[in-house]
Design a protein around this ligand. Sequence first.
Ligand SMILES: Cc1cc2nc3c(=O)[nH]c(=O)nc-3n(C[C@H](O)[C@H](O)[C@H](O)COP(=O)(O)OP(=O)(O)OC[C@H]3O[C@@H](n4cnc5c(N)ncnc54)[C@H](O)[C@@H]3O)c2cc1C
Length: 516
Amino acid sequence: MSVTQTPVLVVGAGLAGCVLALELAHHGVPSIVVERSARPPRHSEPSLVTGRGMELLRRLGLAEAIRSEGADPDAPATVVWSRAIGEEPVLVSSTPSANELRRQYANAGGSAPIEPYVLLTGAGLTTRLRTAVRANRLIELREGWTFTDLRLDAGRTVATVFDGAARVRHEIEADHLAGCDGAQSTVRRCLGVPLRDAITPARHCTVSFRSETLRPAYPALSTITTDGTALIRRDAHDLWIGHVPLDQDDADLTNPAALLSKRLGPRPYEIVGVTPWQEALGVAGTYRRGTAYLVGESAHRFHPPSATVDTCLADAVDLGWKLAAAVQRWGGPHLLGSYEGERRRQAMLERETLSRRLEVRLRFGRLAAAGASPDSLATLLRRQPPDVDPAGATTSHHATSPVVWHDGPEPAGTRLPAVRLRDGRHLFDLLGPQFTLIDLTRGPDGRSLLAAAVARGIPMAHLPVDDPGLRSAWRSHLVLVRPDQHIAWRAAGPPSDWDAVLDVVTGHRERDHVTT
Ligand SMILES: Cc1cc2nc3c(=O)[nH]c(=O)nc-3n(C[C@H](O)[C@H](O)[C@H](O)COP(=O)(O)OP(=O)(O)OC[C@H]3O[C@@H](n4cnc5c(N)ncnc54)[C@H](O)[C@@H]3O)c2cc1C
C-alpha cells in the first residue's frame, strides 16, 4: 500500500469540498481532494446561492463563472401556495429578479450584499467549482477515489482510500482531514459522531420529469400544496421537479408516473429520475475530533433544504482560512477551535428557522383539511419565515467567538459593511486574502500596527482609505478584517495592547476580556 503525505486531505468534491480546497489555495496551501465519483455531478435541483454566498465566491474569483450557469437574471422567483394542484392560489409570493435586486443593492447601505442571488442547478454549481479545482495547481483532485477509513494519530490523520480504476488501496497521511462527503458522510461515521435530528423523519421522493401539459396550469417557478407536494419548474423545456411526501400506499417507487398522477392529476409524464429521501433536521454532535473536521452536509443535514448551499459554503470558507493559518503556523490552537463554535451555532439557528417553516407547512395542510378560509390560510403563510432570503446571512455575526476582540465604540464579530467608496469601488474588492487593517486615521498609527503584526509572521494587508463619508459614518477608524470579511477587532484608535489583540484574533490566547 502506497503512503502519500499532504497538509490537508479533503474528502468529497461537492460544493463544500471544492470551496474548501479553493479557499486553502487562495491562501497558498496545497491539498489533495478525493472524490468517489468519476462522473460529473447530476443534481438537477435548482439551488439558490444567496447574495452573501456570492460575496464569498467573488473573493475566490468565481462569481462570474457561477453566474454564467444561472437561470434568467430578469425572471423573478415566484412561489404559489395552493390548496391543490389546479386550484386558485391561496397566496403568491415573489422574490424580485436578480437584476432588480442588483439595482436595489446599488442604492442600499453596506448591509446589502454586493452581488444578487443566483438560481442554478446543483450539478451546474458543482461542475463549475470542479473546473476551478482542476485548474488550480495547488489542488490535486483524485476522481474515482473513495475514502473508506481513518486513524487519528497524535497530531495527524491517516486515511485509507480506494482507487476504483486501479483497484488499489492507498494511505494518505494528512496534518488535517476535512470530511466534505455529504449527508451520508463516511468520515462522520468513522469518527463516531452522531447526527442529532430534531424531527421524526417523514419519507419523500424527488421525481424529475418532463410534461408538456403542466406549464399552462403552473406558470410559477414553484407551487406548494396543502398535502406537502412541491412542484418546481426546472427550465423552459418542460422539465419539472416534484417533491412528493410518501404515505403508506406509496411504498413502491417503481412506478413514479402513477405517483405523479395521484398528486398532480392524470397526464403523460416522462420520468427522468427518482430520488427517495427522508426529512431531516440533523446537526452533528461535534464538528471536530482531533485533526479531522466535518464540513457542509456531513455536519448538518437539512431536508427539505433552504439556505443549505450558503451554510455549506460559509463552513468551507471558515474552516479553510483557519486551516491555512494552522498549516502556515501563524494561527494558534483557539483559531481552529473556533470553527465549531462559529459554524455549528449557525447550523442550529438555521435549523430553528427550518423547523418553524416545516411547522407552518403542516398547519397549512391541517387547517385546509379542516375547511379554513383562503384568507386565514394566507395569514398563516405570511407569518412564516420567507422561503427564499435572497440576500442571505449578511447580518451573521460571531460576537461571542473566542477569536474576536471587542474594544471600540462599535461591536466586532459582524460582517464588514459592504460599502462602495467615493470612486465607486467596492471596499470588499480591496481587501487582502488574509487579514486586512482598514485605516481611516490619516496618520501613522495603522502603519506601525501593521509592522508589528507582520514582524510576528501574521499576514496582514494595510488598506488606508481616504473617504470623508466613511470617516464620519464609522466611529472606529481602525478596523481589522478577517479573510471571511468579518470584523476581528475595531477601535477609534490604536489599542493599549496590540499584542494581546493579535494573540486573540489569531487564536494564540483565549479571550479573557469582557464582551459587549
Ligand atoms: C435531492 C437533493 C436536492 C437538493 N436541493 C437543494 C436545494 O434546492 N437548495 C439547496 O440549497 N440545497 C439543496 N440540496 C442540498 C445541496 O445539494 C447541498 O447543500 C450541497 O450539495 C451540499 O454540499 P456538500 O459538499 O456538503 O455535499 P455534497 O454536494 O453531497 O457532496 C459530497 C461529495 O462527497 C462525495 N463523497 C461521498 N462519500 C465519499 C467518500 N466516501 N469518498 C470520497 N468522496 C465521497 C460525493 O460523491 C459528493 O461529490 C439538495 C440535495 C439533494 C440530495
